[in-house]
Design a protein around this ligand. Structure first.
Ligand SMILES: *[C@@H]1O[C@H](CO)[C@@H](O)[C@H](O)[C@H]1NC(C)=O
Ligand SMILES: *[C@@H]1O[C@H](CO)[C@@H](O)[C@H](O)[C@H]1NC(C)=O
Ligand SMILES: *[C@@H]1O[C@H](CO)[C@@H](O)[C@H](O)[C@H]1NC(C)=O
Ligand SMILES: *[C@@H]1O[C@H](CO)[C@@H](O)[C@H](O)[C@H]1NC(C)=O
Ligand SMILES: *[C@@H]1O[C@H](CO)[C@@H](O)[C@H](O)[C@H]1NC(C)=O
Ligand SMILES: *[C@@H]1O[C@H](CO)[C@@H](O)[C@H](O)[C@H]1NC(C)=O
Ligand SMILES: *[C@@H]1O[C@H](CO)[C@@H](O)[C@H](O)[C@H]1NC(C)=O
Length: 855
């Protein structure tokens, strides 16, 4: 044990004797791709390559450095934009006078791992540093702020690493909403709006054109996954359904992309929302072109939609008519010329510059190892104006402008910290966290007039242009701005589309339709299909009595009780009111019959009056006959009260008038019958019955019988009178206007009383029918009562079973039939004799053969 402790002590002593600790960065040193010294150094991280070789690590030895592939001119453009801003600030006498900005720019190939590596290099430097033992390895950071990275995923990794040191990272193109989380990424800022807004804007755009059935493709990284998650959430709220949602990454094996192509081919939706960055779109377009997959309407995120390089790649015009969100276009004077001047880039590492030059001009330098012979040789004097590729393409100017704004934000923060006014205070010790604080509070205007500031999440104000890919005659796609989206406005005004003609997929002028189910027209309602998203449904016709008056209604509304659905089930119409009216044929016929009866009665009365002195009239108790004729007139007339719209008065009048006139009528007949019976008995010897039933008694009895009915009616009317009533039950689509009886007892009492009198009359007449009288009225009265009773007995079942106005018609018919029965049976035979057989109208004839002769 002892020797071991001793050796440990010796080690410590040897260190303390040296009084110096050597701080060495782990890993291989990294050299910046572009570098210039200055008073303040700003870091930059861009992807000069867009991909790398996938290697399977065996973990048996130290992993080899990442081998980057696919030179990416965009990265160079961003770097140039940064240099432009730095040079402009350096030239400026207002901003940071006397202070020169320097830069260190690294290539991370878009790789997360390399991104973290170069970030640590930017913070630490590569040098081997000796430090005093009291403060081992503490040195101020190398850079005060970092501009970059382009993609979200590397930004997240980089922010995680430098967050604890509060070194500001200002991205120009990392849009993932996740980066707004300031507890995770405290030092992250950006000059491009968060996808939080973009995803919502895309969903609103899709909704605006009525596409409720869409497919979606996303980059399988934080940009695509988070952006699509927000899109999906918003789309769901707006009632948009996704048929499929697939993801891929550009380094994925080909069969994975093939699967996506198969899914698109098998889909029924016509709209594809693509949340991709341009590197993945490159790969996808290539694959789509191979399969000639045209006819889909593409909706794009800003990652690719404004990239004319993508449009140029699309030789089969697969993407024509695409619509999407783009960062508003700007023109920064001098930037284009600066970017195209590649001289500053020649200061970069020789190897990268050669690769850049060779790719730019598609040539090979002689000394280059990779020269294959069939490419022309580079001279080094090639002219950029003769080539056209993504380096000369300035469609991403808005993004370059974002880089520019980022650099300016740093410069303005420095300007404030150093309290520059003509000169700056050089003695202030710079510290990244101080710069971070100042950048967060910055608010300035660029020379293009844009206000630059960051909200509490480090995001700028969200404004997008809506652009449409419109193919022109020479095959080049024109990015036409067709609208604006401004998230700072109230929700209903955020999306505004200008009145410009849009071009859709396959050069169509018509907005494509992409729905799972067609709209449900008014009159139908949606019924979801089992196991399918809510956008897939069937349209069911509303039931009778129910309507829907909007398209895509979920429910059918029931109409009010006085209304009914129309044939198309899209509106409630007032139910037809049914009652027996004068206008319709049945009502008119019954009215005519009633008036005819009245006239006939009047005619009979006239004849009787003219011949009142003749025996036949005298013999038949002329007073009662005239009273009977009068009551018959009333009977005919009272049927009219049943026709027409029921009102309070007509309802009360109907049954009571009918009841009273009929009782009057029957009691007259009854009186006559009794008279006949009496007259016969009176002819028998020793009888003076006629004295007991003289004309006065006859009238009194008629009055008495009628009075009873009047009392019944008064009781009925005062206790529970009939009233007009709307019957909804009988028919679904009609209202029956009828008179409610009030008290059925009253009604049946009135009818019953009439029936009682009629039966009494019938019995008496029946007894008298055989009496020998040449002109025996009893026979006719029997017959008329038979008709009367038959009519009323058949009326009752018909009344109970006939619905609505028919029951009224039946009742009128019964009234008319029985009145005609009485009129015809009792009076017509007499009229016949009076008018046509006057020879029989003699006293002698009245006392026929076999009849006992009156004394
Ligand atoms: C800034 O300007 C100074 C001279 O004014 C120059 O020496 C320096 O190289 C410039 N720096 C940059 C980054 O252009
Ligand atoms: C900076 O000033 C130099 C010299 O005046 C000029 O050549 C250069 O174009 C300026 N750069 C910018 C970006 O304005
Ligand atoms: C692609 O499809 C279009 C129409 O569907 C057709 O006109 C064109 O010839 C096809 N191209 C190829 C390469 O198959
Ligand atoms: C800058 O200095 C001038 C005079 O040197 C002074 O009038 C002005 O108020 C100062 N501005 C600021 C912002 O300090
Ligand atoms: C410069 O800054 C230092 C430290 O903040 C301060 O002590 C000094 O007074 C400042 N000088 C001027 C001229 O403002
Ligand atoms: C929009 O354009 C159409 C024709 O392109 C025109 O008829 C219409 O009046 C325009 N509307 C507005 C508001 O400008
Ligand atoms: C649809 O019907 C309801 C209730 O009947 C009514 O309030 C509404 O105004 C109607 N809407 C249309 C568009 O007709």
């Amino acid at each position: 044990m002892a020797p071991c402790i001793l050796s440990f002590l010796l080690l410590v002593v040897s260190f303390s004797q040296a009084e110096e600790i050597v701080c060495r960065r782990l890993g291989d040193p990294e050299k910046p791709q572009l570098l210039k010294d200055g008073d303040v150094i700003v870091g930059g991280i861009f992807a000069f390559h867009s991909s790398w070789k996938e290697r399977k690590d065996t973990y048996m030895h130290k992993p080899l450095p990442l081998q980057c592939t696919s030179l990416n001119f965009r990265g160079f453009q961003y770097a140039q934009a940064m240099l432009f801003a730095i040079e402009e600030i350096n030239n400026s006498t207002d901003l940071l006078p006397g202070i020169s900005l320097g830069y260190k720019i690294y290539d991370d190939c878009g790789s997360i791992a390399r991104g973290v590596t170069v970030t640590l290099t930017l913070a630490n430097g590569n040098e081997i540093v000796s430090a005093l033992s009291e403060a081992p390895c503490t040195r101020p950071v190398q850079v005060q702020a970092i501009v970059g990275e382009t993609s979200s995923s590397p930004c997240m990794a980089i922010s995680t690493v430098i967050g604890p040191f509060h070194i500001p990272l200002i991205s120009h193109f990392a849009t993932c909403a996740c980066l707004s989380d300031k507890t995770k990424y405290p030092s992250f800022l950006r000059t491009i709006p968060s996808d939080y807004y973009q995803s919502r804007a895309l969903a609103q755009l899709v909704k605006h054109f009525g596409w409720t059935w869409v497919g979606s493709i996303r980059t399988n990284d934080d940009y695509g996954n988070n952006g699509m998650a927000t899109f999906t959430e918003t789309a769901k709220q707006l009632g948009i359904c996704q048929e499929y949602s697939v993801s891929f990454f550009r380094t994925d094996p080909p069969d994975k992309i093939q699967k996506i192509i198969d899914i698109i081919k098998a889909s029924t939706s016509k709209v594809i929302v693509a949340f991709l960055n341009h590197m993945d779109m490159d790969v996808l377009i290539h694959e789509l072109s191979k399969h000639n997959l045209t006819g889909y309407q593409w909706v794009g995120s800003e990652g690719w939609i404004s990239d004319s390089q993508i449009a140029a790649m699309d030789r089969h015009h697969i993407m024509d008519g695409a619509i999407g969100l783009a960062i508003p276009k700007v023109h920064v004077s001098g930037m284009r010329e600066f970017i195209l001047d590649v001289k500053p880039l020649s200061s970069s590492s020789n190897e990268l510059f050669i690769e850049f030059w060779e790719t730019l001009f598609s040539c090979k330098f002689k000394q280059s190892k990779s020269s294959t012979g069939n490419q022309r040789e580079c001279t080094g004097d090639e002219d950029l104006s003769e080539v056209q590729n993504s380096f000369t393409d300035m469609s991403l100017m808005p993004i370059f402008y974002n880089v520019y704004k980022g650099v300016y934000a740093v410069a303005h923060a420095l300007h404030n910290i150093l309290s520059c006014n003509k000169t700056c205070n050089n003695t202030v010790q710079l510290d990244p966290s101080m710069i971070l604080q100042h950048i967060r509070k910055i608010h300035f205007k660029t020379k293009e007039g844009d206000e630059v500031y960051f909200n509490e999440y480090g995001d700028p104000a969200a404004k997008y242009e809506i652009i449409n890919w419109q193919p022109t005659e020479n095959g080049i796609v024109d990015f036409v701005t067709v609208g604006l989206y401004d998230a700072s406005l109230p929700a209903d005004k955020q999306l505004t589309l200008q009145n410009k003609s849009l071009i859709w997929a396959q050069n169509s002028q018509q907005v494509p339709v992409s729905v799972c189910s067609e709209k449900c027209l008014p009159g139908t309602r949606k019924v979801l299909q089992k196991g399918k998203p809510i956008c897939c449904y069937d349209c069911l016709r509303c039931a009778e009595g129910e309507i829907s008056n909007i398209t895509d209604s979920i429910t059918c509304l029931r109409c009010d009780s006085e209304f009914w659905s129309n044939e198309r089930r899209d509106a409630c119409v007032k139910k037809e009111a049914e009652f027996l009216s004068y206008e319709e044929i049945m009502g008119a016929l019954l009215t005519a019959a009633s008036l005819f009866g009245t006239c006939l009665t009047a005619f009979v009365a006239f004849i009787f009056f003219r011949h009142r002195q003749t025996p036949i009239v005298r013999a038949n108790n002329s007073e009662l006959s005239f009273l009977l004729l009068f009551s018959l007139t009333l009977c005919f007339l009272c049927s009219l009260t049943f026709i027409g719209r029921p009102s309070e008065w007509s309802c009360m009048l109907r049954h009571t008038a009918f009841g009273i006139t009929f009782v009057l009528c029957i009691s007259c007949v009854l009186g006559k019958t009794i008279v006949v019976l009496m007259a016969f008995r009176a002819t028998l010897p020793g009888s003076n019955l006629m004295k007991w039933f003289g004309p006065a008694q006859q009238k009194l009895s008629v009055l008495g019988f009628t009075f009873i009915q009047v009392i019944i009616c008064i009781l009925w009317l005062s206790i529970s009178p009939p009233f007009p009533f709307k019957n909804f039950k009988e028919f679904k689509d009609k209202i029956i206007l009828e008179c409610h009886l009030g008290s059925p007892v009253g009604f049946w009492a009135v009818l019953g009383y009439i029936g009682l009198l009629a039966i009494l009359c019938f019995i008496l007449a029946f007894l008298a029918r055989k009496l020998p009288d040449n002109f025996n009225e009893a026979k006719f009265i029997t017959f008329s009562m038979l008709i009367f009773c038959a009519v009323w007995i058949t009326f009752i079942p018909a009344y109970v079973s006939s619905p609505g106005k028919f029951s009224v018609a039946v009742e009128i018919f019964a009234i008319l039939a029985s009145s005609f029965g009485l009129l015809i049976c009792i009076f017509i035979p007499k009229c016949y004799i009076i008018l046509l057989k006057p020879e029989k109208n003699t006293k002698k004839n009245m006392m026929g053969k076999g009849a006992p002769k009156p004394s």
